[in-house]
Design a protein around this ligand. Structure first.
Ligand code: GMT
Length: 373
């Protein structure tokens, strides 16, 4: 089967999931064609059966906004024609599901049929897609897809609540490749991140306001009053400076490392003792799952789909959004002694195995097969 995957190539969960899915499917013998505006962020090495098609947009002074959707539609049509694509898998509804629909109509006029699967990732529904400027087109393109999937039950329910959806939405959770982790030689350099007697707390995100990066620093400040520790902040985005300012105000800047965007987060997670994810909105929380797969327990909010990943009292703890006192208290429960920490680490890893790609990829394969009638 020939599959075109349309996704964002920048840092962000939807692009990561789409890329890992493409790599897993290519390994199984599918021909995978990525259609993106740049090199997918997690696709750093050569893979058999993977083909990249980049979308270019030319600057033209007449346009206030360059018409990316037009260029993407044309590229999709071209790729489907040339590579006999059976399915376009659109990751993130905006604008990918809409452009896939346009491409499908153009191809239909030429006598070529292609199926569309749309995977909803979160902000395409909760934050952006729901905005009155976009809602009509997003609603239309979800209903016009041949199949629709969502990364959590929470996101599926939210989509039914916010939109007028006639389609069945199948939940296919995000996943993790645990086999790859086992095979990879260890690149953990704990000594580069902290002193031997310091605990390492980590946060990974795009530092958008929904991630509440300042809460991360405030929770750490409370932990630091009881434990020798260091906070490692991975990623970049609008709230990075605010979080840095909070660290300064609390006079803990020497205990907080802001590393910026870093490609292989596992190198850092494998040295971590605790992961902090106090998000205001999170359809799934892939970052938490990636931490758990490295045996790192999670202190999180209970927003959106996080409770489907981080299990209360097992892989970590959940608190109401913004309740930094509760989050700090829970962090200290996990970090109280080595025995407790080791128990939570083992439990976090165990929970992550529920999302092993070997269990999840077949769900996508079945969804593809079902569209073929
Ligand atoms: O979290 C982000 O801001 C990035 C965003 C994206 O669309 O790339 O992530 C969303 O998709 C991820 C992969 O499915 C989910 O794990 C994240 O929870 C979700 N983010 C939000 O819902 C805020």
């Amino acid at each position: 089967m020939n599959i075109a995957i349309v996704c964002y190539s920048t840092f962000g969960g939807s692009g990561v999931v789409a890329t890992e899915l493409g790599v897993a499917l290519a390994r199984k013998g599918y021909q995978i064609h990525f259609i993106t505006s740049g090199q997918p962020v997690r696709l750093s090495s050569f893979h058999k059966n993977i083909h990249l098609h980049q979308v270019y947009v030319e600057e033209y002074p007449l346009f206030r906004y360059q018409p990316y959707e037009l260029a993407l539609t044309s590229k999709m049509v071209e790729v489907v024609r040339e590579h006999h694509i059976d399915i376009i898998h659109a990751h993130y509804a905006i604008p990918h599901a809409y452009t896939a629909y346009m491409a499908k109509q153009i191809l239909h006029k030429e006598g070529l049929e292609v199926k569309i699967i749309t995977t909803l990732h979160g902000t395409d529904i909760t934050l952006v897609g729901n905005h009155p400027y976009y809602k009509t087109a997003v609603n239309f393109s979800i209903n016009a897809s041949d199949a629709v999937t969502a990364v959590s039950h929470s996101l599926r329910n939210m989509t039914y609540e916010l939109f007028d959806i006639q389609k069945h939405i199948q939940v296919i959770p995000n996943f993790i490749n645990l086999k790859k982790k086992k095979q990879k030689p260890s690149t953990c350099h704990r000594a580069m991140l902290a002193e031997p007697d310091e605990l390492i707390l980590t946060h990974v995100s795009n530092f958008r306001p929904v991630k509440r990066a300042c809460d991360v620093v405030r929770i750490f400040h409370k932990v630091l009053q009881h434990k020798k520790a260091r906070l490692v902040m991975v990623g970049d985005g609008p709230d990075r400076e605010n979080a840095q300012a909070v660290a300064h105000d609390l006079e803990i800047q020497n205990y907080v490392n802001f590393l910026g965007n870093y490609l292989d987060v596992n190198d850092i997670l494998c040295s971590s003792d605790l992961f902090l994810l106090p998000s205001e909105s999170e359809s799934f929380g892939l970052a938490a799952l990636e931490a758990m797969a490295e045996g790192v327990p999670v202190i999180s909010s209970n927003a959106g789909g996080i409770p489907e990943v981080n299990k209360q009292g097992v892989s970590g703890f959940l608190s109401p959004i913004g309740d930094i006192d509760d989050m700090a208290r829970n962090a200290l429960i996990i970090l109280q002694d080595k025995l407790t920490l080791d128990r939570f680490k083992a439990q976090a890893f165990q929970e992550a195995t529920l999302f092993d790609e070997e269990k999840i990829i077949p769900m996508y394969e079945l969804a593809y097969k079902n569209t073929q009638g």
